[in-house]
Write a protein that binds this ligand. Structure first.
Ligand code: PLP
Length: 430
């Protein structure tokens, strides 16, 4: 009875993010989650489901961590909120900024905090424009990103996103955002055409997530960073998904020995237990900003920049990742995941290829059908106790995976078995 009541109320009053309004009105919410533990979520009807994407690539330490609840309650009881505007501060934000500086590569040492990834990227775009303006080059303002990239949904970050459905939603994107193919030559050609003096920054994910878990071409980042250096273009790494261990190293940039000028972070910094994101600047860039700013203001800030509860949760989350050796474990389980993908490829004609880095992986499908089959496979996975993710942008037919770091070898196998059975069921109906 409570279930029916909640379904009706959900349909009447809740507009779901990134959703089909029609499907929601016809079917109501697919799951009403009530609790979680480790890699599993439970819903109100008593279903226990493997969360194969860590919800939104973010619940990295797994569900049901009482320690995070305790630290949040303690912080709320002591200081639930305080402004960090102007020169005000508090201990959780200071300790977290120091911790992020310690963890990030090179001299990425100073963080501006936000509530999530979209805000982190918008902050970076505004900061690089501000920087070039202070340097006497206000026309150096174009933001270049890659096709198939995902950078969020605020006006700037959705404009940087290289997936057309997000642009179509809002009629037109912001001016001075441009998208290039994923080759160094494409970036070079763009710079030649537009002029380096008009380009403020280049932004990329180390591994494209929402666009289908696409690994970069070999040598791509090294070459692109060199091009950026030669042309005075600021290099921004969007580590919103890849940060804090997802790929089997602390940051995705670590795989490529890249120290970007700016790194954007979110998701895994709190494992989703509280909203938090940030823009991390290199010492060089920050020092320059200090020198150039004079008496001028850094005229950008969110009410929840450096929220004390989120910062306290982030510190505890990072402590758990380190204490339990989870990044190392991600590397090992990443190997298991790839072995599982290989089995799927051996057994299914519809599995075309697979890829992965740590616990960020994808299986490419091609069943020779006009419509992609990944959504059908995901529906079959639901029936067998697993929440999955299909990526169908740009004619893709892809299953994406990013399970919580705490997954065991047996649980990886359980996940692969469910995908296998689901593929069998879908292939039977082709
Ligand atoms: N950047 C990347 C690479 C992301 O994957 C996401 C979210 O999925 C974002 C930015 C946006 O972050 P948020 O949804 O926290 O605003």
């Amino acid at each position: 009875k409570k279930y029916e009541e909640l379904v009706d109320l959900d349909k009447a009053h809740f507009l779901h993010p990134t959703s089909s309004i029609k499907q929601h009105q016809e079917n109501g919410p697919a799951f009403i989650f009530t609790e979680g533990e480790g890699i599993y979520l439970k819903d109100i009807q008593g279903n226990k489901l493997i969360d194969s994407l860590s919800s939104l690539w973010n619940v990295n330490i797994g569900h049901g961590r009482k320690e995070l609840g305790e630290v949040a309650a303690e912080q709320m009881g002591k200081l639930g909120f305080a402004s960090t505007f102007a020169t005000w501060s508090h201990e959780p934000v200071i300790r977290l900024a120091q911790k992020v500086a310690e963890m990030t590569p090179g001299d990425l040492n100073t963080t501006f905090f936000t509530s999530g990834g979209s805000e982190a990227n918008d902050t970076a775009f505004k900061t690089v424009r501000h920087y070039w303006k202070l340097k006497g080059q206000p026309e150096k303002k174009k933001i270049v990103s890659r096709k198939k990239s995902y950078h969020g949904v605020a006006m700037g970050s959705t404009s940087a996103t290289g997936l057309k459905p997000f642009h179509d939603f809002t009629t037109s994107i912001a001016p001075d955002f441009h998208h290039v193919d994923s080759s160094a030559d494409a970036l070079r050609a763009f710079i030649d055409e537009e002029g380096a003096e008009t380009i403020a920054a280049f932004i990329t994910e180390p591994v494209q997530g929402s666009g289908g878990v696409n690994l970069p071409p070999d040598g791509y980042f090294q070459e692109v960073q060199q091009i950026c250096k030669e042309n005075n273009i600021i290099f921004i790494m969007d580590e919103v998904i890849t940060g804090f261990g997802r790929t089997g190293k602390t940051f995705g940039s670590d795989h490529f020995n890249i120290v970007p000028d700016i790194m954007c972070i979110a998701k895994g910094i709190t494992s989703g237990y509280a909203p938090l994101g940030g823009m991390v600047l290199t010492e060089r860039l920050y020092k320059e900003l200090i020198d150039l700013s004079g008496d001028g203001m850094f005229m950008h800030g969110y009410t929840y920049s450096g929220h004390p509860v989120s910062c306290a949760v982030a510190l505890k989350n990072i402590e758990i990742i380190e204490r339990e050796g989870l990044v190392e474990h991600v590397r090992e389980m990443g190997e298991e995941l790839l072995r599982g993908f290989e089995m799927l490829k051996q057994e299914h004609d519809s599995v075309k290829d697979y890829r992965g880095l740590g616990l960020l992986g994808a299986v490419g499908l091609d069943a020779g059908t006009e419509e992609p089959i990944a959504p059908k496979v995901v529906s079959e996975c639901f029936k067998r106790g697993m929440i999955g993710r299909a990526v169908v942008y740009d004619g893709q037919d892809t299953l994406a995976f990013a399970p919580p770091f705490v997954i065991t070898k047996e649980q990886v196998q359980e996940m692969i078995d469910i995908v296998h059975e689901s593929l069998v069921a879908v292939e039977k109906d082709l």
